[in-house]
Design a binder for this molecule. Structure first.
Ligand code: PCA
Length: 214
């Protein structure tokens, strides 16, 4: 059994639910064969979220970590390539903090790559009929903060873990009164199961073009 930690986030920005945590819970309720799934709901608060992730990793002792967050406005499941060493908050986090241009880890590299097979993960999600793509930015809010902290932990302390970040669209319930793309939570959960299985089984990523021109 491969030990996999999936994390989602609490709601933020006035929403009453966060589809990342809803989908993580649904994915864990029906774990794929061969995987033992652990879950944690992270606060949408700079600093505290990163400590909560560290605690969850200490408790679950996973081989794979997939952190998941809501990216309202994105139309598909996006597997993130890069975490950057900066907090620059367009909106306050749930505690009211709004850091601007602060480094996450002083002296740390400008960016880390995901250590998940991101292109194989995208292919696996598409293979079950759901839209997915590689993303080259996880933003500079709490999701990127957690992703960078995870990547730094792996690079400096926990080299046996492979980990990365996945952003998911709004759930349909969140966009009843606005024109925004959405995906049902059950579909997002299915995508996360595919990503977890792929992360656990694929060591060398596939080499296909998934880049962006802008
Ligand atoms: N999405 C935010 C933080 C929490 C979440 O679910 C982000 O993309 O940074």
């Amino acid at each position: 059994m491969t030990r996999v930690l999936l994390t989602g986030f609490e709601p933020f920005d006035g929403e009453s639910a966060n589809p990342s945590w809803q989908a993580v819970r649904a994915a864990a309720a029906e774990p794929p064969a061969g995987l033992e799934i652990f879950t944690a709901e992270l606060p949408c608060v700079y600093g505290v979220a990163r400590e909560a992730l560290r605690d969850a990793i200490e408790e679950a002792r996973p081989e794979i970590v997939v952190c998941v967050g809501q990216a309202g406005g994105r139309p598909d499941i996006t597997v993130e390539r890069l975490a950057v060493n900066v907090d620059d908050a367009r909106i306050p986090d749930v505690s009211g903090a709004q850091p601007v241009d602060e480094v996450i880890v002083p002296g740390g590299p400008a960016a880390y790559f995901s250590t998940l097979p991101i292109k194989a993960c995208v292919a696996a999600v598409r293979a079950v009929g759901l839209p997915a793509s590689v993303s080259n930015t996880a933003g500079t809010f709490v999701c990127n903060h957690v992703f960078y902290a995870l990547a730094h932990l792996i690079a400096t302390e926990l080299p046996d873990i492979r980990g990365g970040f996945v952003h998911v669209p709004f759930a349909p319930e969140q966009v009843l009164r606005r024109v925004q793309p959405s995906l049902p939570v059950v579909s997002v959960a299915q995508a996360l199961r595919e990503i977890a299985v792929t992360a656990a089984t694929v060591r060398t990523d596939i080499r296909v073009a998934e880049g962006a021109t802008h």
